[in-house]
Design a protein around this ligand. Structure first.
Ligand SMILES: Cc1cc2nc3c(=O)[nH]c(=O)nc-3n(C[C@H](O)[C@H](O)[C@H](O)COP(=O)(O)OP(=O)(O)OC[C@H]3O[C@@H](n4cnc5c(N)ncnc54)[C@H](O)[C@@H]3O)c2cc1C
Length: 405
């Protein structure tokens, strides 16, 4: 396994450092102080678009459909040739952006967590309609993903949002919670059930456009950390969705693969979340080292010992993430590695932030230091996209050859 970083990737990461230092960190501190997400009309998002951020991996309508090739087809070819390494590149970029501010990095424009499912499960028409605007963004645009409900978080099989067929349309009825960027999104990929008795087999995803009647009551949640991006709850009050917005179309509906599609999304993104935790943890470690240096704490062997232990764990966490991404880059299964990275990295990063808080003493307790913010930010990394506990349960079952429930 080769984990070396290509010079071009290193160059990209250096670009993020400038953006991070000059924009992301100050914006994250501002959102934390004000207790509200960065508004969608903020010039920072225009800047990101101008820099080429927020683009989709989807490359446009294919020649096989008999349509004219888009400009990006040649880019696609190049990208495909370089495919080995794309996951590792995303991972390192995610880590570095989270080093500067994880909340701000998630607030940026882009098709969001639903992109992977639309690319892998969507019809050509769905990809073209909903992802094409993200090929070259004309303005900041967002997409969102809504699985979680007030009574269904870890137990995703238990979602209660119902999808009822009505002529050619579907009617969605239910409530969704904590969906990132959803009140500003052009579309939300909403997971619902066609029959609660079917459990996971009943799951289907629907692309719900902003403005569809019945998509309503957006409420931006109050969060302990990561305040720069919105986590929003909303209601589907008999929301009418055209039949063509059932992800994958009617033929897909028959295959009953909805739940597998959602899980495939998470297997791909868990190592990214883990890498984001590494970014926050490294930031906490650097700040702790600086504080300990300024306050002449390095003479104490217990302080040195604990700082070293955290540094070691951050490196271990990063290696786990890289292995999970390496497997993805080589089209090899990575379920265990993805879970392992997600179970380990947030805990290690939490230890880094906790140590920082201990070293800071009263400065930390007063909330006067960035480490205190990182301490609040890092907690969510253990929760999102499958809690650490759920990953440990899944890995333990796998270890003793029990099927996952
Ligand atoms: C910042 C943030 C952003 C988010 N963004 C999104 C988003 O964009 N889209 C979206 O759909 N959702 C999002 N979520 C929701 C997130 O996916 C859920 O919070 C997560 O799945 C956990 O669900 P829950 O909070 O309901 O906790 P619960 O599932 O109620 O779990 C509570 C605790 O019980 C433990 N637990 C649960 N079941 C078991 C079990 N069987 N055995 C042992 N322990 C168990 C869990 O590990 C956890 O510690 C976000 C959440 C946060 C905090």
């Amino acid at each position: 396994m080769d984990f070396s970083i290509a010079p071009s990737t290193l160059k990209r990461i250096q670009r993020f450092d400038k953006l991070g230092r000059e924009h992301m960190r100050p914006l994250g501190l501002e959102a934390d102080r004000l207790g509200r997400p960065t508004p969608p009309e903020h010039p920072y998002f225009e800047k990101l678009v101008a820099m080429g951020f927020g683009r989709t991996r989807y490359r446009g309508p294919t020649a096989s459909k008999g349509k004219k090739k888009t400009v990006v087809d040649s880019q696609q070819k190049k990208a495909d040739e370089k495919k080995i390494g794309r996951s590792r590149t995303s991972l390192l970029v995610s880590e570095q952006m989270s080093y500067w501010d994880r909340g701000v990095s998630v607030s940026g424009p882009g098709p969001g967590l639903g992109e992977g499912a639309i690319i892998s499960m969507g019809t050509e028409e769905q990809k073209e309609r909903y992802l094409s605007p993200f090929i070259e963004l004309d303005k900041p645009r967002w997409g969102a993903f809504a699985m979680t409900e007030p009574a269904a978080g870890s137990d995703v099989a238990g979602i209660q949002t119902r999808a009822v067929k009505d002529g050619n349309d579907w009617i969605l009825i239910g409530n969704k919670s904590f969906s990132g960027n959803s009140s500003r999104a052009d579309f939300i990929l909403v997971w619902a059930t066609v029959d609660t008795k079917l459990g996971r087999d009943g799951h289907r995803a629907f692309i719900v456009e902003r403005g569809f009647p019945g998509l309503q009551d957006f409420h931006i949640e109050k969060k302990m950390g990561l305040k720069a991006y919105e986590s929003t709850s909303f209601r589907l009050e008999e929301c009418r969705v055209p039949g063509e917005n059932l992800l994958g179309g009617e033929s897909y509906y028959e295959t009953r693969q909805g739940f597998k599609g959602a899980m495939a999304t998470f297997n791909a993104t868990r190592p990214l979340i883990a890498a984001m935790a590494v970014g926050i943890g490294r930031s906490a470690l650097d700040e702790s080292l600086a504080f300990a240096r300024e306050n002449q704490m390095f003479d104490d062997p217990r302080v040195r010992d604990r700082l070293e232990r955290v540094a070691r764990k951050m490196r271990m966490a990063r290696l786990l993430c890289l292995k999970a991404a390496w497997l993805t880059d080589h089209q090899l299964p990575n379920i265990v590695e993805a879970s392992m990275s997600k179970a380990f990295a947030p805990t290690a990063a939490f230890e880094a932030a906790s140590l920082g808080m201990e070293l800071l003493g009263l400065a930390g307790a007063r909330g006067e230091h960035i480490v205190e913010k990182l301490f609040r930010d890092v907690k969510a990394m253990d929760i999102v996209e499958g809690t650490g506990q759920i990953q440990r349960i899944a890995m333990a079952r796998k270890l003793v050859n029990l099927p996952n429930k």
